[in-house]
Design a protein around this ligand. Structure first.
Ligand SMILES: Cc1ncc(COP(=O)(O)O)c(C=O)c1O
Length: 440
């Protein structure tokens, strides 16, 4: 097998990695395996008068002195919002970000910062996407033949795996998490059994920490799936919320000798892809930057398949600031604050009559709480009523997850600022304790 754009020596080195039975060419669609990486004149020449890419030679068309608002809008007393802003143009340069040029597709700077941050050997282990949602779709497009192949998911889980499968005409096989007692764990034995029996399953999606479960999957549960000798496909671990678990380790709340991120396994396993994002801990959902970590052959195939200029120049610029030392410091400080706010939110929810147990093990920036009727029984109707009335009458929006497996009568509440959390608790008290309006 050859992969276009990949050094053949790298391919033979990877062949000796775990698991011994894995063959990448068996899981990648034939048409995808044959793709050439996109090439343009700028791969060879970056300097001089650039008349190669049909860009606009006059520059961008933004009005003079345009600016990008950057801080969180602060609501004034009259309800309007204000924000500070940064000029797009810098002093002495016509256009600091060269907005009229296509981005540099190599994205060398961001990838090398990410390689250092997540401790993978180099940038050949990284593919970048428009949010991790693009990566989750891309890997399905690379591996699953429409109308023929399948993916496996473990509900309750993130909805986009199934949405992408529907778009790509790929069947979804479900092996639910074990949900007894409000705890969520992977049914490793059952997952492996199903994988062993169905060669059409090309991808397994595991979410850690899970959405909506908030629960980290121990790597000791992931490894037996990676090593299943009867499974020829790829294991995708979606770690959108991993920095909340990582920071707990730095705060001394978990054993520092136990790795939490599956990225620590990427160097050993050819059949592993880990996805992360700047949307959660980094607070940059608007810029849409997702990351995939995997071994170079798989990453090269994904890079050959994606659109060549998927990451915009403004996104790359803001991501590189977020990945600077100062940016990382701020991210970690914010994550610590959110973890403390989460503790307080959980404590305060336990004081609300009508709020039952908080499910899962709370390793992300949200909590999943059971809503009860006046008899103390979980009630989807009351959960729906609280959800709707908080949004429509009080302007506070949470998510109703009652229909998800193992999440009966549950609302998922994103951890807010201290004030936002206090407001949420006070509204829940009003609706569940004072009003006594249990149902719509
Ligand atoms: C588990 C999980 N994965 C991925 C995503 C998508 O993230 P992104 O903004 O990087 O597309 C989300 C967003 O809510 C999520 O909860």
């Amino acid at each position: 097998m050859t992969i276009k754009g990949l050094d053949p020596n790298v391919l033979s080195q990877v062949r000796s990695q775990k698991p011994p039975h894995f063959k990448l060419e068996k899981v990648i669609r034939k048409n995808i395996l044959n793709l050439e990486p996109y090439r343009c004149a700028r791969d060879d020449y970056q300097q001089g008068i650039l008349l190669d890419a049909n860009e606009n030679s006059l520059g961008h068309s933004l009005p003079q002195n345009s600016s990008i608002p950057h801080d969180k809008p602060s609501t004034t007393t009259n309800g309007s919002s204000s924000s500070s802003s940064t000029p797009i143009k810098g002093s002495g340069s016509d256009d600091d970000l060269s907005l009229h040029r296509y981005p540099d597709p190599s994205l060398h700077g961001i990838k090398s910062s990410l390689a250092k941050l997540r401790r993978v050997p180099n940038q050949d282990f990284i593919c970048l996407g428009v949010g991790s949602d693009e990566i989750l779709d891309l890997i399905q497009r690379c591996c699953a033949n429409p109308g023929k192949d399948k993916i496996l998911i473990c509900p309750p889980t993130y909805g986009m795996y199934s949405v992408c499968a529907a778009v790509n005409d790929v069947e979804v096989v479900k092996v639910p998490l074990i949900t007894e007692g409000g705890r969520f764990s992977l049914d490793v034995e059952r997952v492996n059994q199903v994988l062993s029996q169905d060669p059409a399953i090309k991808l397994v999606f595991l979410c850690s920490p899970g959405n909506p479960t908030g629960t980290l999957l121990p790597l000791s549960d992931v490894v037996p799936i990676l090593e299943n000798p009867k499974y020829d496909g790829i294991v995708v671990v979606d770690e959108a919320y991993i920095d909340f678990a990582e920071e707990e380790r730095n705060m001394g709340r978990r054993d520092p000798s136990v790795e939490v991120s599956a990225v620590s396994l990427v160097d050993q396993y050819q059949n592993l892809l880990v996805t992360q994002t700047l949307s959660k801990a980094f607070g940059l959902a608007a810029i849409r930057l997702g990351i995939a970590f995997g071994q170079p052959p798989l990453i090269q195939i994904m890079n050959n398949t994606k659109a060549p200029y998927n990451i915009s120049v403004p996104t790359a610029h803001l991501a590189s600031l977020a990945l600077s030392e100062k940016g990382l410091e701020k991210m970690r400080a914010n994550v610590r604050t959110l973890i403390r706010n989460r503790d307080e939110l959980i404590r305060d929810l336990s004081t609300v009559k009508g709020c039952g147990e908080v499910l899962g093990s709370n390793q992300a920036n949200f909590v999943l709480v059971r809503i009860l009727d006046p008899q103390g029984k979980p009630s989807n109707e009351v959960a729906q009523s609280v959800y709707r009335r908080m949004a429509e009458e009080r302007g506070l929006v949470v998510r109703n997850r009652s229909k998800d497996l193992g999440c009966d009568a549950c609302l998922r509440i994103t951890v807010g600022t201290k004030e936002e959390n206090e407001r949420c608790i006070s509204l829940m008290k009003q609706l569940l304790e004072n009003d006594g309006q249990w149902t719509d």
